[in-house]
Design a protein around this ligand. Structure first.
Ligand code: IMP
Length: 191
């Protein structure tokens, strides 16, 4: 009988102190770029912890709105809006806030939707930029960290809705998680 493969342990990638420092830097950059105020648009659900911290690091007028998208078919890159913005963005300075830009397909689709609505300006702010995986170019003005080709969880990012509540970002073996969704439960949830 072949023994079951043991999942490699999750690896801490970005700790709470580094996250706090990056959020403070991005908040200062956004405050400088938008002295007259800005509308941040968070993509649900992964951007929520980042956005919640980011708005408190901005010292100009900041408004927040959210949209949610869903893949038509997993892995195809085709997405649709399942929860739309509450407000009008016409003539507003808008920043799309993402947890992570990976292939760039999601950001490209959402940016296209936003631009059709006539904002004065649209920029992207992402906590993580997985630039090596990009399939379509995305111009990202505000970046927290560039990371390699790793699957990450924590600080908003999930696998199967789990691990969003970790206070740091961990690199995990996505193949191990797909084979056993409980693979990292004990390692990442200690209590
Ligand atoms: P993209 O369309 O390939 O750029 O992917 C965007 C979305 O995929 C992100 O907003 C995340 O929800 C998800 N995603 C991409 N990479 C990761 C990861 O490493 N961990 C968790 N979610 C990810």
């Amino acid at each position: 009988m072949t023994p079951a493969a043991v999942a490699p342990p999750p690896r801490p990638l970005i700790g709470p102190d580094e996250l706090r420092a990056a959020v403070a830097r991005l908040g200062a950059e956004l405050s400088r770029a938008y002295p007259m105020g800005v509308l941040l648009i968070g993509v649900l659900k992964g951007s929520v912890p980042f956005l919640a911290d980011l708005i408190r690091a901005i010292d100009t007028d900041v408004a927040v709105d959210f949209l949610a998208i869903s893949a038509y078919t997993e892995g195809t890159g085709r997405v649709r809006i399942v929860k739309d913005l509450e407000g009008d963005i016409w003539d507003r300075d808008v920043v799309l806030v993402e947890d992570i830009v990976d292939t760039g397909l999601t950001a490209t689709y959402v940016l296209g939707e936003l631009r059709r609505r006539g904002p004065r300006s649209v920029e992207v702010c992402t906590l993580l930029d997985k630039a090596v995986r990009r399939l379509v170019p995305v111009s990202i003005r505000f970046v927290g960290f560039e990371i390699g080709d790793e699957f990450v969880v924590g600080y908003g990012m999930d696998f199967g809705e789990r691990f969003r509540n970790l206070e740091c970002i961990m690199a995990a073996d996505v193949h191990a998680l797909r084979a056993d969704p409980n693979a990292y439960f004990d390692a990442l949830y200690t209590r």
